[in-house]
Design a protein around this ligand. Structure first.
Ligand SMILES: [Zn+2]
Ligand SMILES: [Zn+2]
Length: 118
């Protein structure tokens, strides 16, 4: 996924500190084993958090999450099964997953407890 698209989809998120939805994604990423790690900065209060874009299929690197995504219903068409675009961790106890319905391509977000992130 292009950073520009990532940036656009981040508008669905609210900063946990100042509640604005204005974020800048740092273009340089740290390359992890199966993800590219970017830093996101809130333009309202300078709060930063991590954002990770998978660089390998989640089904190969994280079967638990892949199973969970496969069973996730779309709020629009109610079909199950979504594709993970990226996730970020603006909150202490949960991560936010940005997903796209594989049936109708509706983009939406899901929150997951931190355990599922690791
Ligand atoms: Zn903020
Ligand atoms: Zn759908």
């Amino acid at each position: 996924m292009e950073l520009e698209q990532v940036q656009r989809r981040l508008a669905a998120l609210q900063c946990p500190i100042c509640h604005k939805s204005d974020f800048a994604v740092h273009p340089r990423a740290e390359q992890g084993f199966a993800e590219a790690l970017h830093t996101v900065r809130c333009l309202g209060c300078n709060y930063t958090f991590k954002l990770s874009i998978p660089t390998r299929p989640v089904s190969q690197t994280d079967p638990d999450t892949a199973n969970w995504l496969a069973g996730l219903p779309c709020p629009l068409c109610e079909e199950v099964g979504v594709r993970l675009e990226f996730r970020c961790t603006p909150y202490v106890r949960e991560s936010v997953l940005f997903v796209t319905c594989t049936s109708c391509h509706h983009p939406f977000t899901e929150k997951a407890p931190m355990e599922a992130y690791e």
